[in-house]
Ligand binder design. Structure first.
Ligand code: PEP
Ligand code: CO
Length: 450
């Protein structure tokens, strides 16, 4: 397979484990054609810069925070949602900088996280069976025949929403977050909950105080540093599931080698679509972007090596991001052999821990949920496995939101199963809410200081 020549269209005809067909081929061709003529969302030099930062993170010189919604929706392309999403990621990153004593690379699951792999191509309700909802890029969530029909116009609508999202993020990142420099204004009401053990409360308070001191010190250094401090780098990522959407923005760039995917900085291949001979691996192997791959508990070391042979035959620093998502009960058995294999072969990869996707359960109410304790346990397991193997856990990957939702159980804010129906908003997987995400960052910082 890798012996064959790669072209932007060579993925066509390869097996696709999430083969979602558009009923109207002429309409698809038209939408694709229009999509491929639109200006790109990101530039090749931003992508090259990110590759350099990820190469540093592979060596333990930076720490990566990747996070955002499981599925972005077009309806959520709203200023308040985007501001709160960016703010929580930024707050977490400040806490993580303090804990890790390293610069943090911030990567959103944002501006294109519109396509979702599903375990079943169809959904049954009563005696009706319709195509599953595959994310706003394909179809709509309402359980109606017309809503569930894949619509190529949504490719264009998704691209426009991604552009609006990114435009706003870029403006905000250029200096719209001065208030974040004052942790005393953050919403930290969960810290006063009775459930929080006194030792943790003291630890969080100390962290906040140190953070405030550090930020005030930076500001006191003068105008230049205030400017620097107010401008934050922020990169985008999404699962590259819909190959019509992705391949339409694969471009040659003047004066640079190779082809770039210019609708995001960091595309990743999901756990369900990383087959070696599959269409997704074929498209992504030819891209110059850094590439993420989700790695589940059934993965063997041999599988990973074969994937790296295809996706990164030259071992380019910063190219490969392996995002492990094992489950809190499997991480201690499943991760060490993979770490050992990759270390033995001396492959440069960035290991991230996604403690969300191996820890999904169904509550008695029927809600998909995740427990804060399980999420934390997988993170602990990943840190321990890397320490034992002498490898580097270079970052973390979360599904989270800056909103006050009730989708995951636990944490100091005390969300229980009974709370799930109160503010269960996600279109797909359960996310950490504002308080849970921030508490997770405090706990991670504490772990990294230790
Ligand atoms: C996701 O990140 O939303 C996802 C579907 O993950 P995975 O491919 O690891 O199941
Ligand atoms: Co998800």
């Amino acid at each position: 397979m890798s012996a064959e020549q790669w072209r932007p269209e060579s993925f066509r005809g390869k097996p696709n484990a999430q083969d979602i067909r558009y009923p109207d081929e002429a309409a698809l061709a038209d939408a694709r054609d229009r999509l491929s003529r639109l200006p790109p969302l990101v530039t090749s030099w931003e992508i090259d810069k990110l590759r350099g930062l990820l190469a540093d993170a592979q060596l333990g010189k930076r720490f990566v925070l990747q996070g955002g919604d499981c599925a972005e929706s077009f309806a959520d392309c709203r200023p308040d949602r985007l501001v709160s999403q960016l703010k929580i990621l930024l707050k977490m990153s400040l806490v993580l900088i303090l804990g890790s004593k390293k610069p943090v690379v911030r990567i959103g699951r944002v501006a294109g996280q519109y396509a979702k792999p599903r375990s079943s191509p169809t959904e049954r309700r009563g005696d009706r069976e319709l195509p599953s909802y595959f994310g706003d890029l394909y179809n709509k969530p309402e359980f109606e025949e017309s809503a569930r029909r894949p619509d190529p116009q949504l490719l264009l609508e998704g691209y426009r929403n991604a552009a609006l999202t990114l435009n706003f993020i870029r403006s905000l990142s250029a200096g719209g977050f001065a208030d974040l420099h004052h942790p005393e204004y953050w919403d930290l009401s969960f810290l006063s909950r009775a459930e929080l053990p006194a030792s943790l409360r003291a630890d969080y308070a100390r962290t906040l105080e140190q953070l405030g001191d550090a930020l005030r010190f930076m500001e006191a250094l003068g105008n230049a540093s205030i400017g620097e401090l107010s401008r934050v780098d922020f990169f985008t990522s999404h699962e590259g599931l819909n190959l019509e959407y992705e391949s339409a923005q694969v471009r040659k760039v003047p004066h640079r080698d190779g082809h770039y995917l210019l609708n995001t900085h960091l595309p990743w291949i999901g756990e369900r679509t990383r087959a070696l001979d599959g269409a997704h691996v074929e498209l992504f192997r030819g891209l110059a972007n850094p590439i993420g791959v989700k790695v589940g508990p059934k993965t063997r070391g041999e599988d990973l090596l074969q994937l790296l042979d295809v996706l990164d035959p030259k071992g380019v620093p910063g190219r490969m991001v392996l995002i492990t998502r094992m489950g809190h009960d499997k991480v201690q058995d499943a991760l060490p052999p993979l770490l050992a294999t990759i270390a033995r072969e001396g492959r440069p990869v960035l290991w991230l821990c996604d403690p969300m996707h191996g820890n999904t359960t169904t509550a008695s109410s029927g809600h998909k949920t995740r427990s804060f304790t399980d999420i934390l346990a997988e993170l602990e397991g990943a840190f321990a496995a890397h320490a034992a193997a002498g490898t580097i856990l270079g970052g973390v990957h979360f599904e989270l939101t800056g909103e006050d939702v009730t989708e995951c159980i636990g944490g100091a804010s005390g969300i229980t199963e009974a709370d799930l129906s109160r503010a269960y908003d996600t279109l797909c997987d359960p996310r950490l809410n504002h308080a849970q995400a921030l508490e997770m960052a405090f706990l991670l910082a504490r772990r990294m200081r230790a």
